[in-house]
Ligand binder design. Structure first.
Ligand SMILES: Cc1cc2nc3c(=O)[nH]c(=O)nc-3n(C[C@H](O)[C@H](O)[C@H](O)COP(=O)(O)O)c2cc1C
Length: 369
């Protein structure tokens, strides 16, 4: 048993998985009599830090995005003050699935390694790494999982996270998240490509259909303030991290991922990139297989992709006001299909559980939403 007297958990969560994982850990800490502060880092606003010298343990919980930690968490960690305590731990939620009776795991990539490295540079010691395979929320890729499957994934994960919490709070070191290190390193180039380019493209694949009644919930709830109203219609800025909070929470189910439009964007971007590549190779008289040119041309390609998708998106945003184009965008989107379920952690169940639970989070700065 350690003699720590407080626990701080900082979390970011698109659809509730990292939030509920933080809550499970907090409940275990409260059972041990620890002062517990659970802090959501949305918009990096109103964040309370432990007092320097306080005998505390700090945890960070966040979803995996493109084989990396959610970018807002990386920014938070980059600005996190040094010297607040000695030990920290990391929990990254991933895309859990279930096929027949088999639970499938997500992939962390750099999601644990990079935050641990940033914290290490600040002098912290990571005593726990825990991936948690909660239901996947990547709705543009697949329909939300069925209720029964979601329930069984939660039933599997809750004891895992509580057990992790008990052991880490008792002073054990748990490096479970490092078992898959070879695979994580192997896929790290994809994580880098997603971080420097892919996520910007994805932010330009969301659109509000005519069902949008301009309620503004998506604007208010966006954890990175990336949605603004342009001509009474939500507009996604490049800072969007595709956390899926908007798409999964829209009461009108008006937010769609535009598969048809995204495919068209990719065709245009690929064609333009190929021409730029040929033109530059001829102009500079470089052999196309030279290693540095390969890297440089990839970086140019990513920059071109971001610029073109942002430009085309502005056009579509205005043009989608015309009914025929709106129908075209909607009918080439998979998320409009009636069976394409949305996903988010069931808040009603969470509330019900909280009401029946006598263990309350003490000193929660930002209540769970
Ligand atoms: C844009 C995006 C990228 C994702 N990338 C990964 C990934 O690389 N690996 C993985 O296991 N899960 C990935 N996921 C799934 C989420 O990390 C997972 O569903 C997580 O539990 C969501 O947590 P949250 O509800 O706290 O946001 C991704 C989800 C989204 C929306």
């Amino acid at each position: 048993m350690t003699d720590r007297d407080s626990l701080y958990i900082y979390y970011i969560s698109g659809t509730g998985n990292a939030r509920i994982s933080s809550q499970w850990i907090a409940e275990q800490a409260i059972k041990k009599g620890m002062r517990t502060v659970v802090q959501q880092i949305d918009r990096l606003e109103n964040i309370t830090m432990p007092r320097a010298g306080e005998n505390t343990l700090i945890g960070f919980a966040f979803p995996t995005h493109g084989f990396n930690a959610a970018p807002i968490m990386l920014r938070f960690l980059a600005g996190f003050p040094a010297g607040l305590c000695r030990d920290v731990f990391l929990v990254n939620t991933r895309a859990g699935m279930k096929m027949s009776k088999i639970f499938l795991q997500g992939l962390s990539g750099l999601a644990l390694i990079l935050p641990a490295f940033i914290l290490m540079l600040k002098g912290y010691r990571c005593i726990g790494f825990r991936p948690v395979d909660l239901p996947s929320n990547w709705i543009p890729l697949h329909p939300g999982l069925r209720e029964k499957i979601i329930k069984s994934i939660f039933e599997r994960c809750e004891p895992i996270v509580r057990n992790f919490a008990d052991r880490i709070l008792a002073g054990e070191k748990i490096y479970r998240g490092l078992y898959s290190l070879p695979v994580d390193i192997l896929i790290s180039p994809i994580a880098v490509a997603y971080y420097i380019g892919g996520r910007f493209f994805l932010s330009k694949t969301f659109i509000a259909s005519n069902k949008c009644n301009n309620c503004g919930i998506c604007v208010k709830e966006c954890p990175t303030s990336s949605i603004i109203m342009v001509r009474d219609r939500p507009y996604w800025k490049l800072t969007c991290e595709s956390c899926m909070r908007c798409l999964n929470n829209c009461p009108q189910r008006a937010i769609e991922a535009t598969h048809g439009m995204a495919t068209l964007f990719i065709i245009i971007i690929t064609a333009i990139n190929a021409r730029i590549f040929l033109f530059m190779t001829a102009l500079l008289n470089i052999h196309p297989d030279v290693w540095w040119w390969k890297i440089l041309s990839d970086l140019i390609g990513i920059a071109v992709m971001v610029a073109i998708s942002a430009g085309l998106y502005v056009f579509v945003h205005y043009a989608v006001g015309f009914k025929p184009l709106n129908y075209l965008v909607r009918f080439t989107s998979l998320t409009t299909l009636p069976f394409w379920r949305r996903y988010r952690y069931n808040k009603d169940k969470e509330k019900e559980k909280k009401n029946n639970n006598h263990v309350r989070t003490s000193a929660v700065v930002n209540p769970f939403r």
